[in-house]
Write a protein that binds this ligand. Structure first.
Ligand code: C2O
Length: 385
């Protein structure tokens, strides 16, 4: 069997390359103490993440969330809980900054890249888990939950727009302060509300500058989600291929990305591109959301990934499928290389925690659930393309 990824990464980190010979140093501070091992926490009740579009006018929630980001942004540069370091976590693990090791200690030939393979969903789930705990601890609310951007929802007006709480209120709502949920984030402002996101919008908008009608958008979105979630039955189709330690992901445009990514990741790319600045010469790296290096600098990123994570839960409940090659079963990988793969995150106490993929496979075990959206989900689940 192929060895699995290791974790002793932090002393071997390098700046990552961008367009125009620019680099970005996303290397993380050294942990102050020995890394600790992940443990499931006994929780008295499940934490429920709610959809951003339903929270837009929840004054208490939005103000509290804003305050958490304010405090996160004010932490000193070397505090791993600080906003800078939170986006560096994503940048470092996802843009080939770290050299990685097999669990037996031997270095892997190429640096770590957590997209384009079966590591995509587990890693981002735990990124959210710790990001949320840090935000909660900064406002002394252990029950704080991140909102999710419910962009697949074609039932509720506003769900598939950039969520109101992440953009300036218009007209302003004097009771709500959401400054830290958008300040400094670089986005394509042509895609601000009331524009509804068309998943897979690029062919239309890029080639012809055409803005699809609401009906076209709705149909395109239901088709896209059906195709990328319902129609991806095996774990490989949905999560992505086995991590290939001998692939050089840092090649400028990774040639096999679409063959290796699972449906979950292909679907998720569209919202990144919708929010980021594509085709804007002032932002050659498609900042912020249009490039993995800078995505974590936009607070909306974490909400976007909330929905990606939620859809994994939904995918697990969908029925098996049959194709010409036989029956495919909707169950997770049981490959030991997958289960034993290990990542590290900083927690709310600034401890570095070592987490194995096998501990990430159930949100219920992590004490987290998503508000039931089954009415909206059923539109794409039952969509016949
Ligand atoms: Cu690590 Cu949505 O990307």
């Amino acid at each position: 069997a192929e060895p699995v990824l290791g974790t002793s990464l932090f002393r071997q980190c390098r700046p990552v390359a961008l367009q125009k010979n620019k680099t970005e140093d996303c290397c993380l501070p050294e942990p102050e103490r020995e890394p600790i091992l992940f443990k499931f926490e006994e929780r008295k009740k499940m934490l429920v993440r709610r959809p951003a579009h339903e929270l837009a006018n929840d004054v208490e929630y939005v103000n509290k969330y804003n305050l958490a980001y304010k405090r996160m942004k004010e932490l000193p540069r070397d505090d791993p809980r600080g906003f800078l370091r939170q986006w560096h976590v994503h940048c470092a693990f996802c843009v080939e900054a770290f050299l990685s090791r097999y669990l037996n200690g031997t270095p892997t030939p190429y640096p770590l890249q957590l997209h384009y393979s079966w590591t995509f969903l587990p890693w981002h789930r735990m990124m959210l888990y710790y990001h949320e705990r840090i935000l909660g601890s900064l406002i002394n609310d252990p029950e704080f939950t991140l909102p999710f951007w419910n962009w697949d929802n074609q039932l509720d007006a506003g769900a598939a727009q950039m969520p109101q709480m992440f953009v300036p209120y218009n007209p302003p709502n004097p009771a709500i302060d959401n400054f830290y949920l958008y300040a400094g984030a670089i986005r394509d402002q042509n895609h601000y509300p009331p524009r509804v996101m068309t998943l897979n919008f690029k062919p239309l908008e890029d080639k012809a500058g055409i803005i699809p009608t609401p009906e076209e958008t709705r149909d395109a979105n239901l088709c896209m989600v059906w195709n990328m979630v319902v129609n991806k039955v095996s774990a490989q189709e949905y999560l992505g291929v086995k991590y290939n330690t001998s692939a050089d992901f840092s090649a400028v445009s990774h040639p096999n990305a679409s063959a290796e990514s699972g449906g979950s990741e292909i679907l998720h790319n569209t919202a990144h591109e919708w929010v980021g600045n594509l085709n804007n010469p002032a932002f050659p790296d498609n900042e912020d959301m249009g490039v993995f290096t800078y995505s974590g600098r936009d607070p909306l990123f974490y909400s976007h990934h909330g929905n990606v994570d939620r859809l994994w839960d939904v995918w697990q409940t969908l029925p098996d499928g049959v194709t010409v090659d036989g029956t495919r079963t909707r169950k997770e990988f049981d490959d030991v290389d997958f289960l034993e793969t290990e990542f590290t995150f900083f927690d709310e106490n600034k401890d570095m925690v070592r987490v194995k993929v096998k501990d990430t496979l159930s949100n219920a075990k992590l004490g987290i659930m998503y508000q039931d959206m089954s009415e909206a989900d059923s539109l794409w689940i039952n969509h016949k393309p």
